[in-house]
Design a protein around this ligand. Structure first.
Ligand code: ZN
Length: 394
């Protein structure tokens, strides 16, 4: 493999066509990868790097038609979530890092099993956990550890339980807090401004992109936060887009001139979802073109060496490409990333910090994107570039 800059492999793949035998390769990878994942042990409980991430995989497979016994997968997920919740750091309040993530996934599992009383119990428990999120220090707004991370759990249960009104009161309060904090810190042309650990991060995990993307998915709560709140989010997003390098990538933090990282947590990857969301809301072509520009950066520089997780591995970047589907070009590109990850698994696995976790993983590339595997559009089809729905919700 040809390593271009120490961080990623040179991309010489032909995106005019999907990779050969991609469907068989992905299905086999899902089967083998799931076996590996279930045998791995996790000391942590979180979705991000712990046992709850395995539960997420099981639930995703169970609800995408790719598990032979969906009820058994849900029961196994619940068993693991029980242990995961106990192992979670009680100070953490988010979908990715904390009990809220475990409880949200339990609600999803109970929903699939049609255990509606237990599902409601989980929603009540989330409502209690929301008190911890609203009590966070003022500045804690980002996705991995802050208020938007709890809102990620809200978005997940709303989506999975198909009820957009769930947890309306805590969601409204958290959105109000995030807007108020951003306004209070506004500066230098930023209508909303956020820092994490005294640094203005721009990307999807700790930064402004993730915060804005979360807020845009909560339009009713934004409207309650003030007549100008939605406009503040959109104008802040424009300011963020203006920060991009000439290369099309995004700096990891404000004032950082190093154009290095292209991954979910930092760089262009997280901007694809944000720009697409803006284009859907405003129905203009400008944001769609911006999304494609960010996607182009991901395509060129996104074959990362560091493991196969969602946060800073090839699958997270593949998912950004998949988000740009429909369009055969982007689907081909996403499929190439998925198959590349599978075919280089043995080389990439040792590079991961936590090989069997979801976000820093070796094996998280095995998940399906449900609609595509089912639709099978002509000349295209499924993709194992995973956990799209989760990234979208945080
Ligand atoms: Zn990362």
């Amino acid at each position: 493999m040809d390593v271009e800059d120490g961080r990623h492999f040179r991309n010489v793949m032909d995106d005019n066509h999907p990779p050969a035998d991609w469907e068989a390769k992905l299905l086999r990878a899902i089967t083998d990868g799931t076996v590996d994942l279930l045998q791995a042990s996790h000391s942590k409980g979180s979705v991000y790097t712990g046992a709850a991430g395995v539960a997420y995989v099981l639930l995703d497979l169970a609800t995408s038609g790719l598990h032979e016994d969906p009820p058994a997968a849900c029961r196994e997920a619940l068993r693991r979530l029980e242990e995961a919740e106990a192992a979670c750091d009680p100070r953490r309040v988010t979908l990715l890092e904390g009990q809220a993530g475990c409880v949200a996934l339990k609600a999803w599992a109970h929903n699939v099993l049609e255990q509606h009383a237990l599902e409601e119990q989980c929603i009540r428990r989330l409502s209690q956990l929301a008190d911890r999120a609203t009590a966070l220090p003022d500045g804690e707004c980002e996705v991995l550890y802050g208020r938007c991370g709890f809102l990620g759990a809200v978005l997940l249960v709303r989506q999975r339980l198909e009820d957009p009104r769930l947890l309306a009161a805590p969601a409204a309060e958290l959105v109000r807090q995030v807007i108020t904090t951003g306004q209070r810190q506004a500066r230098d042309g930023w209508p909303l401004y956020y820092e994490w650990h005294e640094k203005c991060y721009l990307g999807a995990a700790h930064g402004i992109a993730g915060i804005l993307h979360t807020l845009l998915q909560l339009p009713a709560e934004l409207a309650l936060a003030g007549s100008d709140a939605a406009n503040l989010v959109r104008t802040t997003a424009e300011k963020l887009m203006d920060c991009r390098f000439r290369s099309g990538n995004l700096p990891s933090s404000l004032g950082n001139s190093k154009d290095r990282l292209v991954q979910f947590c930092h760089g262009a990857t997280g901007m694809v979802s944000l720009a697409l969301r803006l284009s859907t809301d405003s129905k203009d072509s400008h944001h769609k073109e911006l999304a494609q520009q960010f996607g182009q950066t991901v395509w060129i520089r996104g074959l990362l060496r560091k493991g196969l997780g969602l946060c800073h591995g090839i699958p997270g970047n593949g998912f950004a490409l998949l988000k740009l589907h429909p369009g055969e070009l982007w689907l081909n590109r996403a499929l190439h990333f998925a198959v590349f990850a599978i075919e280089h698994k043995d080389d990439l696995l040792p590079e991961a910090d936590r090989p069997y976790s979801l976000f820093e993983a070796g094996d998280s590339h095995v998940l399906p994107d449900q609609p595509l595997l089912h639709e099978k559009p002509p000349g295209s089809g499924g993709c194992c570039v995973l956990l799209g729905r989760r990234i979208e919700s945080c």
